[in-house]
Design a protein around this ligand. Sequence first.
Ligand SMILES: *Cc1c(COP(=O)(O)O)cnc(C)c1O
Length: 449
Amino acid sequence: MMEALDDRIPASTRAQAAREAISTARLAVQSGTGRFSFPEIVTLAESHAAAHGRALLKPVINATGVLIHTNLGRAPLGKAQMDAVVAVARGYSNLEYDLTAGQRGSRYSHATALLKTLTGAESALVVNNNAGAVMLALGALCGGREVIISRGELVEIGGEFRIPDVISAAGARLVEVGTTNRTRIIDYTRAVSADTAALVKVHPANYRIQGFTAAVEMPELARLARAHDLPLIYDIGSGLLTATGAPDWVRDEPPVIAALSDGADIVTFSCDKLLGGPQAGVIAGRSDLITKISKHPLLRALRVDKLALAALEATLLVYLEGDASELPLWGMALTPPDDLEGRALRIIASLTKTLGRADLKMHSVASESVFGGGSLPGTQLSSRAISIADPERSAADIERSLRHGDPAVVARIENDMVLLDLRTVAPEQDDGLEAALSASLANGGPVSP
Ligand SMILES: *Cc1c(COP(=O)(O)O)cnc(C)c1O
């Protein structure tokens, strides 16, 4: 079975794929390395065209069990969030227009009131992402001066986002204190100078230091900052709003509300990690500092777009309504494993019937889902997966045909078996998953280059 072509591929791209295939065949003949039959040239052209189709942005089914999968777009959005995006995208909006006054307004005013209510911050600013939030806050508040940070918090978030590099790119000078595993308040105290612009704390979002460790707790660091009239900037990363009512496994994440009440003057966080919203970054905290940050020229370069803003507002409204499990990310995270097992068994039973292949081994097995996206390292959520082993094909071959299928499915391989973790598959995607599995497992699956 040939892989279905994405019907968005324009005719010109299909023609180009055909020309590439013909030219490959011609070169092979000219150099005497081989001969292509006509059907072989067609197959080659189709595989070129299919590759173009796979490069277009499209939905995939995330069967990896990684909830905040950065490569797969982080937090999925739900109906209320999507409706807000569509409503604003479809036409004009009051993005930078004040309907009360009938004059120019600010795009930064929209989510601010909601963020203030939810977090208790005096003020807030939304930018493109958290990397931008950190960069902007440091650039505006610490440019040309020193920032003091513990050696245990010189984090690399991934994708080349390293705190020491961000500090220097923001035009500030890094002053490292303490050691990798232990930093005390006296280390910070000794480093404060006339040139200090801020104390900075970064949540080690994607690793843990265990054993002989010591870190300075927020209230103590805040007292030192106060005593020297320095701002305390805290990059908490994942955007968990509050620990109240949250499951036990989030206990190591610093909640936004706690960071602020513990004395952070500025808190920065992502909106598409544990907050469960769109890509954006929030800077929340003291209003005099937020005002200063909002005057920095970099703000324009990092500005949040109206679609993300619409989705963020809808996300915050869900929190204000009081039930975070309405957000797909939290709904998925909180689904009991028994529900996942029921779905796995249903899909397996249905496939067993339609495929009629007694040789195929399909089971519902225990799996561990993780958060990913640089949050909750070491936290595993007990989950269920469909395991597949086909005596006719390798796990790698099945995994690839699922990736190339329609809908595309991203799976894991463990012990030579393909594993499809259902925690990250929305129940409404079950039919699509079953169709993709059926296409992949019938007749040895799609022929893929
Ligand atoms: C994820 C993370 C960032 C980067 O956030 P993006 O929204 O991906 O730009 C920065 N700091 C910390 C501590 C993080 O966890």
